[in-house]
Design a protein around this ligand. Structure first.
Ligand SMILES: NC(=O)c1ccc[n+]([C@@H]2O[C@H](COP(=O)([O-])OP(=O)(O)OC[C@H]3O[C@@H](n4cnc5c(N)ncnc54)[C@H](OP(=O)(O)O)[C@@H]3O)[C@@H](O)[C@H]2O)c1
Length: 228
């Protein structure tokens, strides 16, 4: 039975991933800011394979406590899913700089902090994998404008994950930043192209079949390799 840790697990893509992994008989550690308000997760927790733990990825003390709570437990898969758009003022004439900093804390720094903080747990797995939910909006190959805080924090996440992938490959830890598709969530909006269930099912397949050859690539939810 594989153990998967999922951040931002209370709604959106994170919740969809919890449902898919439980359906595949994995043990799921669902991390979210407010477990007491996470009603969808609480309902799923009637399944004894699901454990809900508090985690605010923007708070160093919360990350430290989360890592301590998992000390000694093997983890097969870490999914850094929690993310923020970085506020609604991200244009040339109207930029919220504090929200930009917060976007880096949540989208870039937290995935690194959790990945390295849980390395000892991952090393106890026969097939350790780290997946960070990034976005095609962070691709340097694209010419998209606006959403500067979000785009730059995801571009930086990609760079961090590409570096970690190269560094951890000799230790057998596979690692990818992924684009989940344009997904119907609070963040993606109702005009998005795919459902949470479609995205989560694709991400599950991607993780399940991830090979050393693909580690360090930027992959989409359907397995397509994306330009950096
Ligand atoms: N939806 C899309 O089309 C799309 C496209 C590309 C990439 N993505 C990426 O996919 C991931 C999931 O997005 P989503 O669409 O599911 O977004 P969402 O519906 O807005 O959910 C965001 C999740 O992240 C959590 N989160 C935010 N800040 C956090 C913090 N400081 N600590 C812990 N959790 C925090 C939220 O928790 P709270 O409920 O406590 O706020 C929530 O669970 C994100 O990384 C996003 O950038 C989404």
């Amino acid at each position: 039975m594989e153990t998967v840790v999922i951040t931002g697990a209370n709604r959106g893509i994170g919740l969809g991933l919890v449902q898919v992994f439980l359906a595949k008989n994995a043990r799921v550690i669902a991390a979210c800011r407010n477990p007491e308000k996470a009603t969808a997760l609480q309902e799923l927790a009637q399944n004894s394979a699901l454990e809900i733990l508090p985690l605010d990825v923007a708070d160093e003390a919360s990350i430290t406590a989360f890592i301590a709570a998992l000390e000694g437990k093997p983890i097969d898969i870490l999914i850094n899913n929690a993310g923020t758009l970085g506020g609604d003022k991200q244009s040339v004439d109207n930029m919220d700089y504090d929200a930009w900093v917060q976007a880096f804390v949540v989208n870039t720094i937290a995935p690194f902090r959790l990945s390295v903080g849980l390395l000892a747990n991952l090393k106890k797995s026969p097939r350790p994998r780290i997946i960070s939910v990034s976005s095609q909006m962070g691709s340097l190959a694209g010419e998209g404008t606006g959403h500067y805080a979000y785009r730059s924090s995801k571009a930086a996440l990609n760079k961090v994950m590409r570096g970690l992938a190269a560094q951890l490959k000799p230790e057998g830890i596979l690692l990818c930043p992924i684009h989940p598709g344009w997904v119907k969530t609070d963040m993606g909006g109702s005009n998005a192209q795919i459902s949470v269930a479609q995205s989560a099912a694709g991400i599950y397949r991607l993780i399940d079949t991830l090979s050393a050859a693909k580690s360090g690539q930027f992959l989409a939810w359907d397995g397509e390799e994306l330009p950096w």
